[in-house]
Design a binder for this molecule. Sequence first.
Ligand code: N01
Length: 535
Amino acid sequence: MSTASTEFDAIIVGAGFAGLYQLHLLRDRLGLRARVLEAAEGVGGTWYWNRYPGARCDSESFYYSYSFSHELEQEWEWTERYPEQPEILRYLNHVADRFALRPDIQLGTRVVGAQFDAERQRWRVTTQDGEAFSAQFLITAVGCLSTANLPALPGIDSFTGQVLHTGLWPHEGVDFSGKRVGLIGTGSTGIQAAPVIAQTAKQLVVFQRTPNYSVPARNGPLDAQTQRETKENYAEIRRKSRSSTNGHPFSVAPEGALEVSEAERAARYEAAWQRGGLWFRASFKDIMTCPRANETAAEFIRAKIREVVKDPEVAERLTPRDYPFAAKRPPIDTDYFETFNRDNVLLVDLRKAQIDAIVPQGVRTGEAVYPLDVIVFATGFDALTGPLLALNIEGEGGVSLRKRWAAGPRTYLGLQMPGFPNLFTITGPGSPSVLTNMPIAIEQHAEWIADCIAHLRAQGLRRIEATEPASEAWAAEVNRAAEATLLPMASSSWYLGANIPGKPRVFMPYAGGMAHYARLCQEVAAEGYRGFELS
Ligand code: N01
């Protein structure tokens, strides 16, 4: 490739929700020469890779979407309350076409290195195929949950059947009919996949380490009237989403769970259960801050599990007891607990006997060998830091990000790190990211970054870098915000990095709320980018 085509104003890594919008902003609003580098052979990010059975969004279609274009909102038709993976992928492909983004997206290009060249004050970006690019600004749009976690179980290579990870699903699909399938993991993904796999597999063995609180999604088709009303109300839906804690367009009830009578509380939980989805968490204002309030929600769900699951022993094994509801990311489901009433489904409690090894014929725990034809790992991701560390980023003076983050991620606002000038991280650790409806967090970051670059250019400045004191103070604020909630109380949560052996236990996302955080970012910019050094 010629030098001319490898020098850019900005390189964006990743072509999911974040990368597509960032490209649109930088190229079409700011007139920058920008290039997106994307490892996959198509756009879509998370929705390109996660094609497992039952994959759909836990946020509802009418608010899990871009808000920046009125025309896009009006022309796109969502068909279900919770869109399925292929529909979201079609949507993102439509966005890529509608805004003519493809010419500036280079697919099949995995970034494996990024070094800051202090002399030229530019980032040098290298790819797996040996290409090199250079840009003034480097923007990561790599997602928070994109580095698959495949546990290092002994004997995995000896398995004679098929091994799959939900986050790296084969494009041609997988036919489970007549097969004995092992599913390891009962997070949001395993909970979505289990009911669908059970419908066609000969047998499904679910290996559960931590039972999960799950609330029914109550998915269904969207009728024409709902679609029309949504389109008429988009302005209000977006306003509400942006002014909320989690980027969802619903209000948290003003009362605490213990401020109402027992009957009122039960009625409210029941209504939320019937309505379905993440709204359940908004039933009372203190579910995420008061252990006793939380326990009322947890106990309601435990009772539902007992009601749904016919075998009381299986019900008990499925019942979470040692962490608060929603302290781990709350899943929502379609017939998850019902699935354990099927004759072809077996629940294995790994707390009684953990997985010792994968053997040629299947999975061996301390108690038994489970013969299998397919093992599906729904074991999640090296969240938030994993995708950034995989880029092998080296900042000023050759200091590696991996070294900088050896004790856990340190950022300023989840947007930048000291020592890494002109590098921006969309939904990086230290920002609300995974605690919110992602498109809201992504749009806020992409717009802040574009405004920041526009400001630098308008002022004739070339460089922006977070300061050490600002980053230190922000780390303390991220900690404070987490400690003000019950979120750190789930000791096995990926929010804390606990799912990856050896990963520092640090609460990574910012729990201070989306609206509050966005206001802070605005103030920082308005005050001449307080906490950043501009030159
Ligand atoms: O991953 P997880 P996920 N042996 O890490 C278990 C988003 N998402 O892919 O809890 C045995 O939550 C692990 O056990 P434990 C969403 O934000 C969104 O399900 O660590 N088991 C757990 O049960 C979600 O939170 C949608 O004890 C092992 C499971 O595997 C995030 O992605 C849909 C193990 C992993 O759960 C991640 O969800 C789906 C081992 N060695 C996901 N290692 C939407 O709808 C791990 N586990 C948008």
